[in-house]
Write a protein of this length. Structure first.
Length: 495
């Protein structure tokens, strides 16, 4: 009984294998081995899109019957057809059916030019050997790189754990400092308010004295000008002031006088508010001018009339009003309050600096533990590290998870982008990085960089190009990108 069951099982297995594994030699020309079951010989052939059925002998009859071109895998009849190169000994490939018998060798086995119009040597074995050698080389790189990656991952996990464990103590220390900071801030504010109040009081007292002295000086000048003592200054009285003779023609004109007398008659209040400062300044300037003029004449006389070089006259600094133009020193009470305010500010600033430092450390640690460093944290060790590539005109720099830069020969750096995200298409998310928002181009977009990540034994920037205006493309190799070669699916080679 057991022998009978075994025989039946073997017969069933043979049937299944024969149904699922059609003889590649029996397949229609241009059909891939893995699609052989779709072209099993029968009375009818169903177009692969299911749109219609045709006679099986219409397959590869050099006439396109199926809309999807599936009935002509071995001819160029259908513009949307695909021809499969078996390429035994190398990698199978699909080419557009329009390339069949076009007198150009596309398949390494020459199967696309079966008409004989051109001779295509079969070089698949040679290419296959080269491909296998390259695969072995890449596999060795991947194996060595993955070993390094495991070390990087262990370091990354350790560093991440340290950052994570440091968060709680940092936050606790910060919380302890907050009450102290708030108390010192209150103390600082109160001390500053007291300092300000005493300084304001001192300044106000000085300003009052200054204003009173100015009023006295103004009244004195008013009386000097008010010749008739009627408490009003007129145009005629102003014209008697020699120092208003600004053009030095020996007389004070109406216009020269009116430049200072802006009303018909000025009382003492108007004089103080609108005239005194200008007249005082003009009077001092005139006195300085006259003094320098006299000195020049004396020098001229003493040298027997020899011509002197022209001299630029500068008004001399007067000390007439120094007694009230300069604020007197602060009293002891104000000085003490100022010292106390300075001490309070210094005390507060020290604690505030500590809190700010802790805030920065907390923010950096939180950002670090939230950063996507791949599942095993192999990229942690590369964070912030910079790699450069020297080209003819520029040096390109990649600072991982930070920025990309173009540096000219003079050392000037141009931002090509700041870290944005992992941008590889799923499931290869970690195959690319994006850096955005670089310096804007002239009449163009902001610069940006796409970084292709490849496995390598060492971390290095190996390529930098600008395929489109202000859009850069880097290639970066690193052990952090190497996957476990034992779990990677090797590229299929046709046997």
């Amino acid at each position: 009984m057991r022998s009978l069951l075994l025989c039946l099982w073997l017969r069933f297995a043979i049937v299944v294998v024969s149904e699922r594994s059609p003889d590649i030699e029996a397949l229609p020309r241009g059909v891939a081995y893995n699609r052989g079951s779709l072209y099993r010989k029968s009375f009818e052939f169903v177009c692969l899109d299911g749109s219609k059925s045709i006679l099986y002998n219409q397959v590869n009859d050099d006439y396109c019957d199926c809309p999807d071109g599936s009935d002509e895998p071995g001819t160029s009849a259908c513009p949307n057809g695909k021809f499969h190169c078996a390429n035994k000994g190398h990698t199978g490939a699909d080419i557009p059916s329009s390339r069949v018998n076009d007198k150009i060798c596309d398949c390494c086995d020459g199967s696309d030019e079966y008409s004989g119009a051109v001779e295509c040597p079969n070089i698949c074995e040679e290419l296959g050997r080269s491909a296998r050698e390259e695969m072995r080389r890449q596999s060795e790189i991947a194996r060595k790189g993955f070993a390094i990656r495991k070390t990087l991952a262990a370091e990354g996990q350790k560093l991440r754990t340290e950052k994570l464990n440091a968060l709680a103590p940092l936050k606790e220390e910060r919380e302890k400092l907050i009450p102290t900071k708030e108390a010192l801030e209150k103390k600082k504010t109160e001390a500053a308010d007291r300092e300000r109040a005493l300084k304001d009081k001192h300044r106000d007292a000085w300003m009052a004295v200054k204003e009173e002295k100015k009023k006295e000086k103004s009244n004195l000048m008013f009386k000097e000008i008010d010749a008739n003592g009627d408490q009003k200054i007129t145009l005629d009285e102003m014209k008697k002031l020699e120092y208003l003779d600004t053009d030095h023609d020996g007389t004070v004109s109406d216009d020269e006088a009116k430049a200072y007398l802006t009303v018909d008659e000025a009382d003492s209040e108007h004089f103080l508010k609108n005239m005194y400062d200008n007249l005082k300044s003009e009077k001092l300037s005139a006195e300085d001018f006259k003094k320098h003029e006299n000195e020049t004449e004396e020098e001229h006389d003493s040298e027997g009339g020899d011509k002197l070089e022209s001299t630029t006259l500068e008004p001399e600094t007067t000390t007439e009003d120094d007694d009230y133009n300069t604020m007197p020193p602060y009293d002891d009470e104000t000085l003490k309050a100022s010292d106390e305010a300075d001490a309070a500010r210094k005390e507060y600033d020290e604690v505030d600096d500590k809190v700010r430092t802790l805030d920065s450390q907390i923010s950096e640690a939180e950002s670090f533990v939230q950063q996507d460093f791949d599942a095993d944290f192999a990229w942690v060790a590369l964070k912030g590290k910079c790699f450069e590539l020297n080209e003819q005109q520029y040096t390109y720099k990649l600072c991982v998870f930070d920025r990309t830069v173009q540096k000219d020969r003079n050392g000037h750096e141009t931002s090509l982008g700041n870290w944005k995200e992992w941008s590889g298409a799923p499931p290869a998310k970690y195959a690319k990085q994006s850096y955005k928002n670089g310096v804007q181009c002239w009449n163009g977009p902001e610069r940006s960089t796409e970084v292709e990540i490849q496995c390598g034994e060492t971390s290095e920037l190996v390529s930098a190009t600008e395929p489109a205006k202000c859009e850069y493309y880097f290639v970066f190799r690193t052990p952090a990108a190497c996957k476990d070669p034992d779990q990677e699916q090797p590229e299929h080679l046709e046997l």
